[in-house]
Design a protein around this ligand. Structure first.
Ligand code: SAM
Ligand code: FES
Length: 349
């Protein structure tokens, strides 16, 4: 009963205390269906039955960081490293544009080869050729000046998951060279500059507790981002977390519902990781309140090498095949892919 009351409070007030979130998470089976129904209804109110596809271009798997969970971390000697050239990136955009995409995401490890001048040039070239398209970057931590320069070059969105909002938990997932405080500062800087900002976290990451998840939700409330990317943690065989269990569909989808209810107009992807742990994972994500998909536009020959975790799906299909497959999947559950920029909609007062 109390869980239902809390869900109702979240719907009305758009906030709960940490203790209330923990209670709701622990008693999620009592309210899972209700939460999904409320979340779907709110999502439909803002975005209808449209699912926005973002064409994902994973342009480098080099990374100077060593996040303990990540398959492409610097210390992993078994990764076949690759970088796409500017021409290959533009080719991927051209291919995506022809398929209808009006939103591109450039994602990569933190690769010093793609220094600021190189990235500015790439972003400006995409912006010049496809001026009506949204350009999202997901290339990790930079300083204010560099974020500003990339924004000025034409990038309008940035994804940087905070990974976990709890300091101690952050320390268990990252080496000492990385800092949660700096990551949070990056997110605030991006907002100040004017990016549409996305943050997020992994569900079921090693040592994660319900209290940590409650803190993640409170951090999202405080930051008030435009996008939130959450997906299950999935172990990678070449990391120290190889034997840790993956996150679950049921907890991930419940969190998607809570995030949608807390922030009804947020852009919320049903992630590839969710589709990896369950063949119907992305559909379940949409039915829990998600409204974005990120099909892969990277050249097929490099897809397997961008292995953040084991058994990643969609590494063999050409972009066109992915489009057909995703469209069908969405239609089966009463939604459709909408190939517009898919901008954030302001909250109705
Ligand atoms: N370098 C950029 C950054 O740090 O934001 C973007 C690339 S990074 C690989 C993108 C996201 O992948 C991370 O934010 C993390 O949440 C997710 N990720 C990494 N390893 C993962 C794993 N084993 N399971 C699930 N997600 C993972
Ligand atoms: Fe850098 Fe994963 S450690 S992308």
């Amino acid at each position: 009963m109390y869980a239902k009351k809390l869900l109702e409070k979240l719907r009305e007030e758009k906030r709960l205390s940490k203790e209330e979130f923990v209670y709701l998470l622990e008693h999620r089976e009592e309210v899972r269906e209700d939460a999904a129904a409320i979340a779907r209804d709110l999502g439909n109110r803002y975005y209808g039955r449209s699912i926005y596809p973002r064409g994902l271009i994973e342009f480098t798997n080099y990374c100077k960081n060593n996040c303990y969970y990540c398959g492409i971390r610097a210390a992993n000697r078994n990764v076949k490293r690759y970088r796409l050239s500017k021409e290959e990136i533009l080719k991927a955009c051209e291919n995506g544009y022809a398929l209808g995409y009006r939103s591109f995401v450039l994602q990569g490890g933190e690769d010093p080869y793609f220094h600021i001048e190189r990235m500015e040039d790439i972003v400006a070239s995409i912006h010049k050729r496809y001026s009506e398209c949204a350009i999202t970057l997901s290339i990790g931590e930079l300083d204010y000046d560099r974020y500003q320069r990339l924004f000025d070059a034409g990038a309008d969105r940035y994804l940087l998951r905070h990974e976990t909002a709890n300091e101690e938990h952050y320390r268990l997932l990252h080496p000492d060279s990385m800092s949660l405080e700096y990551r949070k500062q990056c997110l605030r800087d991006m907002k100040k500059i004017g990016y549409a900002v996305g943050t997020g976290f992994m569900v079921g990451s090693p040592y994660q507790t319900m209290e940590h998840l409650a803190e993640d939700l409170l951090f999202i409330k405080e930051l008030d981002p435009h996008m939130v990317g959450i997906g299950p943690f999935i172990p990678h065989h070449d990391t120290q977390f190889r034997d840790k269990p993956a996150g679950t569909v049921e907890l991930t989808t419940f969190l998607l519902s809570l995030i949608r209810i807390m922030k009804p107009n947020v852009l919320l992807p049903a992630t590839t990781a969710l589709g990896t742990i369950d063949p119907k994972g992305r559909e379940k994500g949409i039915l829990a309140g998600a409204n974005v998909m990120m099909p892969n536009l990277s050249p097929v020959m490099v897809r397997k090498d961008y292995a953040l975790y084991d058994n990643k799906i969609c590494t063999g299909e050409e972009a066109a095949e992915c489009c057909i497959c995703q469209s069908k999947r969405m239609e089966m559950i009463g939604y459709q892919l909408d190939f517009c920029r898919g901008d954030y909609k302001e909250l109705e007062s």
